[in-house]
Design a protein around this ligand. Structure first.
Ligand code: NAD
Length: 247
């Protein structure tokens, strides 16, 4: 395994179909904590709030936690340099797609166009019965939100424990993973499946793997070719500067 920015830049510039795979770590510098780890949200909140059965049985209790985590402070977060660099690399024609496990909408806000949201998106709420979707920002969340049409309790449009991956996101993610010759993994432990199987699939189909993370992960000693130890924004900025000097 190599660990240099220079080698990573060379591999990125040689790639024909580079994709990015992101986890909660890329948004830490936007002020959104990850779920796992020392400062993770599961040290403060009960993950049962995101259990589908629990949500249907106790929607009022579940919504209290959901509102606090995903709407009181996710809502105001802004993309950081790592999101912005990815969008710029897409504009330069280097990155073809982003597969993200994140539900914070920050890749779109940064300007990325081809984004597959493996776990959905928190900016919308969906009615579990009629399927109607509404923007969370337009709803008063001080009370449990109800569907205008059928009065069912609305659910955030991201997947809860016990729910399947959105079909389009899954199909598109598999497709780009099979076609990628390079995956840049940023800020993911590799512990959440089936998301973590996307970089593994790409590796089986011959892709090189560059990984950006301050800590080693399940990917690092198994599929990673180049491990860039550090925070997402700093490393992605270094990569962008190096790439721009060479193109
Ligand atoms: P994860 O697999 O997403 O892991 C977080 C990783 O980020 C860790 O490996 C950690 O070392 C790394 N990291 C921390 N700071 C970083 C930084 N500055 N730069 C780069 N990497 C950094 O695990 P999780 O937090 O348990 O999340 C599990 C799932 O929960 C995610 O896949 C996602 O669906 C959801 N989630 C989403 C968000 C979000 O939308 N921003 C936040 C929390 C959790």
């Amino acid at each position: 395994m190599q660990d240099s920015i220079e080698s990573a830049i060379d591999i990125i510039l040689k790639s024909k179909f580079a994709i990015v795979f992101t986890g909660a770590g890329i948004s830490v510098e936007s002020g959104i904590p990850p779920f796992r780890g020392e400062k993770g949200l599961w040290n403060k909140y009960d993950p049962d709030a995101l259990d589908l059965n629990n949500f249907h049985l106790n929607p009022f209790d579940a919504w209290k936690v959901i509102k606090e985590i995903f709407y009181d402070f996710f809502q105001d977060s802004k993309p950081n340099d790592a999101h912005l660099v990815i969008a710029e690399l897409e504009q330069l024609g280097i990155i073809k797609a982003v597969i993200t496990q994140n539900i914070d909408n920050l890749h779109y806000e940064a300007g990325s166009k081809v984004v597959y949201e493996f776990h959905g998106n928190s900016r919308k709420l969906v009615c579990p019965y009629c399927g109607k979707k509404v923007l969370a920002a337009e709803i008063d969340l001080s009370n449990v939100p109800l569907c205008e049409s059928c009065h069912a309790v609305l659910k955030p449009d991201f997947i809860f424990f016990g729910e399947g991956i959105p079909e389009d996101a899954y199909r598109n993610s598999v497709n780009v993973s099979q076609n990628a010759d390079l995956v840049i993994i940023i800020g993911s432990t590799g512990e959440v499946v089936p998301a973590a199987s996307m970089p593994q699939l790409a590796k089986q189909y011959g892709a090189k793997i560059i990984e950006v993370n301050p800590e080693k992960t399940l990917f690092t000693d198994s599929i990673t070719d180049i491990y860039l130890k550090g925070k997402a924004a700093e490393i992605m900025n270094k990569l962008l500067i190096g790439i721009k000097q060479k193109i």
